[in-house]
Design a protein around this ligand. Structure first.
Ligand code: GDP
Length: 298
């Protein structure tokens, strides 16, 4: 994951080793190399600009440190800027005061939403919660069955529309899933919504209608990290069309570049909360900006 970026940053920073005090020219040259590395990693331009400006300003203004040599000082600054771009502190999930906590999942078809629903449900169960999945993707013929399979694998219940009643209304299913959760004392309801292959007005409207009907405690935008810059434009479209409180990055295991991960927080202003890195239920974790930055810097 992010191997090229990691290798390039390590190489750039290695060039500084053994140097005494860094001149402004040294810092400019280093910043230039970092800029190229970030652009090659498909990081969005405004993010690159802000990152480079931050590094230059801090490196040039850095006090001569007794404890760190100049190279170490720049590495520390790059690390801190990376953590900042990735969101700073780990953002914890907001639970409702009165259960159930409602979590709405939105994203394009194929982003890994259904797979994620199972992973999140398992994660909640491991935290001592009693999650329930709600099948509100009534667009794709197999979506409900797929969620039922995912639920079974995760060992959690799935609320689905009764078969034979036509296509059904996703807003109604969402509303009833919450009543059912209250009745059966489930502490979390995870609502799976319909996606489309591309950004689509009807999809946004449906997700917004569900949001308005259930007022979720968290709306998570699920995005495939492998689509790079497209992840950023899709995120902007969802932010404007539906709104969300957090991002889940999926398929990080297949993302060689890292552009989406490094851009989405800065561009949307919303934190990355979870990351998926494989197809199995356990290939999933809370997203920690500091750990991700350390991995990138090797
Ligand atoms: P949905 O259409 O958004 O519900 O997407 P799905 O959950 O059906 O996932 C689409 C495909 O991506 C499936 O083949 C999943 O197995 C796969 N997938 C989901 N998450 C990940 C992940 O983190 N890593 C990898 N490699 N594949 C994933």
């Amino acid at each position: 994951m992010f191997d090229t970026l990691s290798d390039r940053l390590t190489a750039v920073l290695k060039n500084l080793r053994g140097k005494g005090r860094l001149s402004d020219a040294d810092i400019d040259a280093t910043a230039r190399e970092i800029r190229i590395a970030l652009l090659e990693a498909d990081v969005a331009l405004p993010v690159v600009r802000s990152f480079i400006a931050g590094i230059k300003e801090r490196a040039k203004g850095a006090e001569v440190s007794q404890a760190l040599n100049p190279a170490q000082q720049v590495i520390k600054i790059v690390n801190e800027e990376l953590v900042g771009i990735l969101g700073g502190e780990t953002r914890r999930l907001q639970y409702a005061k009165n259960p159930p906590t409602v979590v709405l999942l939105a994203g394009l078809q194929g982003s890994g939403k259904t797979t994620l629903a199972g992973k999140l449900a398992r994660w909640f169960a491991d935290q001592g919660q009693t999650p329930m999945l709600a099948a509100c993707d009534l667009q794709r013929p197999n979506a409900v069955t797929q969620l039922q399979v995912v639920g079974e694998r995760a060992g959690v219940s799935v609320f689905a529309p009764e078969p034979g009643n036509g296509v059904g209304d996703p807003v109604d299913v969402a509303r009833r899933s919450i009543e059912e959760a209250q009745r059966s004392q489930h502490s979390i309801v995870l609502i799976d919504t319909a996606g489309r292959l591309g950004v689509d007005e009807e999809m946004m409207q449906q997700a917004s209608d569900i949001r308005d009907a259930v007022t979720p405690d968290e709306t998570l935008f699920v995005v495939d990290a492998m689509i790079g810059q497209d992840a950023v434009s899709t995120a902007e479209a969802f932010r404007d069309g539906v709104g969300f409180s957090g991002v889940v990055l999926t398929k990080l295991d297949g993302d060689a570049r890292g552009g989406a991960a490094l851009s989405v927080r800065h561009v949307t202003g919303q934190p990355i909360m979870f990351a998926s890195n494989g197809e199995k239920l356990e290939d999933f974790d809370v997203f920690h900006p500091d750990r991700m930055a350390s991995r990138i810097l090797g």
